[in-house]
Design a binder for this molecule. Structure first.
Ligand code: SF4
Ligand code: SF4
Length: 373
């Protein structure tokens, strides 16, 4: 087993032991990941966008003052993902980062982006890493296929060239700054599932042989989630304009993912265990790993202050009702009531299912086995 893989598996074991001990004491896993929607504005028109109905509709955005209150009242977390919408459309994105980084509330901030603004990406990286060398900054660039496929799915001519320019620029900055990362994330769908390996070939050639390339199966609440009580099911999480890959292609996709895992210098997505389980879930409709993360280790904060335990269930409260005191909301009766309502559903959603793999001994055993391949 590679030393870096041994480290990943060892860290997962340590985390699970610590999380299980904390849950015994407090009744909940400690909060680990916050999905923070900083805007619902977007400059792309992705066919697979699961929140497209809410984009550019004038939904409110947090003020810096409101974010400060949230930061003051929340525990330190492993990761905050700034998402939307396109986070880079917020002119004060550096201040959003500062709110959490300056208070020591986060280990790593990930920025989800469509990569349409390479110059701003470089400037923001230099600014934030100079100011916060020890706080992690991880860029997640959406990449949906080779040039023609990517631009068609994204509805933006020239998007592929821009995202490659952005990813490449951050890679070249990695030598200068510690705690700086960047990876490409490909959402697998009916349009791109035959391009996964060639796309990865391209990235290794054009960006770096060590490029980190993650995958998610396209999400849609009607096609990739099961047993959500109808009254709390989030209607807006789809339907998408794209389809999932045909089930007949799943064996080939699984082979491709295993190949990519085997040859990756830096492993992504916990060795793709979660991706393989996603395929199995859609193929069989049966749960693979119990969802233990929604409403416990993961929280979703929408740009208008609404809070949900996951993106497939409706918000249960709004931070404005709690004067932006996150802890009061998270420990409220409304949060507890919703936790009780999401005990029986299962879904492929990466932020929750992917983490749930790491919260199970079965998942960790599979990670260890994949590391040996
Ligand atoms: S960039 Fe993100 S938010 Fe914007 S349309 Fe695409 S998937 Fe949706
Ligand atoms: S993330 Fe968890 S709680 Fe939410 S729909 Fe999926 S299985 Fe249910």
């Amino acid at each position: 087993m590679r030393a870096s893989d041994r480290q990943i598996v060892k860290a997962a074991i340590q985390r699970l032991n610590a999380n299980n001990a904390a849950r015994k004491e407090t009744g909940l896993y400690p909060l680990e990941l916050v999905l923070l929607y900083v805007t619902m504005r977007c400059n792309a028109k992705c066919a697979h966008c699961f929140c497209r109905d809410n984009l550019n509709t004038g939904l409110p955005e947090y003020t810096i003052e409101q974010l400060e209150k949230i930061a003051e009242s929340m525990p330190r977390v492993r990761m905050i993902i700034l998402t939307g919408g396109e986070p880079m459309l917020r002119a004060d994105l550096a201040d959003v980062f500062r709110v959490f980084a300056s208070r020591g509330k986060v280990e790593t901030v990930m920025i989800n982006t469509n990569g349409l603004q390479p110059q701003k990406t470089i400037a923001l990286t230099e600014e934030l890493k100079s100011e916060f060398p020890d706080v992690g900054l991880e860029w997640q660039f959406s990449l949906d296929g080779l040039a023609a496929t990517h631009d068609r799915i994204r509805g933006v001519p020239g998007n592929f060239d821009k995202v490659i320019e952005s990813l490449s620029a951050v890679y070249s900055l990695k030598q200068r700054f510690p705690c700086l990362g960047a990876h490409a994330l490909t959402v697998i769908n009916a349009e791109n599932h035959t391009e996964l390996v060639t796309l990865n070939d391209y990235l290794r050639e054009a960006i770096h042989p060590d490029v980190v390339h993650g995958f998610e199966l396209m999400r849609d609440v009607d096609q990739t989630a099961w047993n959500i009580p109808p009254k709390i099911k989030e209607d807006n999480a789809g339907p998408s304009l794209l389809q999932l890959p045909p089930v007949e292609s799943f064996d080939q996709i699984a082979r491709d993912l295993k190949l990519l895992n085997k040859r990756a210098a830096v492993r992504a997505n916990a060795f793709h265990i979660h991706n393989l389980a996603q395929l199995e879930m859609v193929r069989t409709g049966k749960p693979q790993y119990p969802c233990v993360t929604a409403g416990e280790s993961v929280a979703v904060l929408y740009s208008d202050g609404a809070v949900a335990h996951c993106e497939f269930t409706k918000p249960f409260a709004n931070l404005a009702e709690f004067d932006f005191d996150f802890n009061a909301l998270w420990r409220s009766g409304a949060a507890e009531k919703r936790r009780a309502q999401i005990k029986r559903c299962h879904c492929t959603h990466g932020c929750f299912h992917g983490k749930s793999v790491e919260y199970s001994w079965k998942g960790i055993a599979k990670m260890a086995a994949a590391a040996l391949l």
